[in-house]
Ligand binder design. Structure first.
Ligand SMILES: Cc1ncc(COP(=O)(O)O)c(C=O)c1O
Length: 408
């Protein structure tokens, strides 16, 4: 028997990041599946089945060509799928990335974000992100050894980025800025003039824009601006996108990125050692998404009307049940980001304690705003995609009853 075991320890890199609290909530929700009493305004996973044409095509492929459907593919993904995406971008955005050189299929936007950061930032570089923002950005930037620099955005300003404030943050170490529109957690759609101003700053100062367009089709009002389509943007913009939300296939893990050939080539190089290639069955399924108008029909007839109705119900009852809560009606994505300061002061709680209490006392899941950055404190994030209208009303009513009774 050995007397002493020298423990090797884990990498110091781990000290840079925390485990994702939203993933923890997602795991809790998965465990609680079927627990009818629990109402979730938590994780932002679509609650609709994927289009039936997609599923039928995949089943057919798996039956008819089982070996091919389960095999490895190239690191950039199927050329045919990249061609379909490029044609789709031509239709919507007026840009046509070269499928061979300027596009890569990824394991969701998560891998796209990570690969793009790995491709463009060095340890010690600064990456500007909004505060609050999607928490995946903060930790991915840190994992790359870079420093996230927060650009504060405020509920009173519709969470729009202020260009003058941004100028003050740009310095010699600024290597990239991550844009997210429509936004998670605020639902903000960045105004086109502001995206243009950001592109101009990136060109003048020589930094990259990583444009996360995960929710580009989940828009209820206004229009999405395709960053890469703006004059001067192409050469320093990497766009990251996903099928998780649009096609309701988050578990298939499929997304894509496009940008200048040199950046995509660098992303491919890194992907070869991280995940080898994208999932073959998921790619096959998504080929059907782009055929015979499936995508447009699914978005027009199912996704947008379902989520818009839920958004409207949540907005109406939030205002009615919690009149002191301050928020902005989301023009896109899946979330209300609600400033609860006036209630929290009377409750003598912070946003995390309130969310813990809401689960414990009334079985309602909400996400503490502080998870999304310093400026997110005193807010809670509520998703409206997980529950049908009547349960949204029930959940808000339970929350409001708890809060107003306790707050007095
Ligand atoms: C803004 C944003 N980017 C990326 C992702 C990750 O998506 P994917 O499932 O494509 O990895 C999400 C998921 O919620 C998101 O909200």
């Amino acid at each position: 028997m050995r007397a002493v075991v020298v423990l090797p320890g884990l990498s110091s890199r781990l000290g840079l990041v925390r485990k994702s609290p939203v993933r923890r909530v997602a795991a809790l929700l998965a465990e609680a599946r079927g627990k009818k009493d629990l109402i979730s305004f938590g994780g932002g996973a679509p609650s609709l089945p994927p289009p039936k044409e997609v599923i039928e095509f995949l089943i057919e492929k798996l039956r008819e060509e089982p070996q091919f459907s389960a095999s490895y593919g190239g690191t950039r993904g199927f050329l045919e799928l990249r061609e379909l995406i490029s044609q789709d971008l031509k239709r919507y955005a007026g840009i046509e990335p070269d499928p061979a050189q300027e596009m890569i299929i990824t394991e969701g936007a998560t891998e796209g974000i990570f690969l793009s950061l790995m491709a463009v930032v060095d340890p010690g570089d600064e990456v500007i992100i909004m505060d609050p923002t999607y928490l995946g950005f903060i930790e991915a930037v840190k994992l790359c050894g870079a420093k996230p620099v927060g650009l504060p955005v405020y509920v009173e300003e519709g969470f729009q980025p202020d260009i003058e404030r941004l100028k003050e943050l740009i310095g010699p170490r600024t290597k990239a800025m991550i844009l997210l529109s429509p936004d998670n957690p605020t639902g903000r759609v960045i105004e086109k003039e502001r995206v243009k101003a950001i592109v101009d700053l990136a060109c003048d100062h020589g930094f990259w824009i990583i444009s996360d367009e995960t929710y580009k089709h989940i828009i209820y009002e206004g229009q999405h601006t395709y960053t890469a389509s703006l004059p001067g943007a192409w050469e320093n913009t990497i766009t990251v996108c996903t099928f998780s939300k649009t096609a309701s296939i988050p578990g298939f893990r499929l997304g894509y990125a496009y940008g200048p050939a040199e950046a995509i080539d660098a992303m491919e190089k890194i992907k070869q050692y991280i995940s080898l290639c994208p999932s073959t069955p998921a790619q096959l399924a998504m080929m059907a998404f782009f055929k015979d108008g499936v995508k447009e029909r699914y978005l027009r007839e199912t996704v947008i009307p379902t989520y818009k109705a839920r958004r409207d119900v949540m907005g109406k009852y939030l205002a009615e049940f919690l009149p002191e809560a301050k928020t902005v009606r989301p023009a896109g994505s899946f979330f209300y980001f609600v400033n609860m300061k006036s209630y929290l002061e009377r409750l003598k709680m912070d946003d995390e304690t309130l969310c813990n209490q809401l689960i414990k006392e009334v079985s309602v899941v909400a996400i503490p705003g502080g998870y999304f950055g310093e400026r997110g404190r005193d807010h809670i994030r509520l998703t409206f995609v997980s529950e049908p209208e009547e349960r949204i009303i029930e959940g808000l009513s339970r929350m409001a009853k708890y809060i107003t009774e306790k707050a007095g």
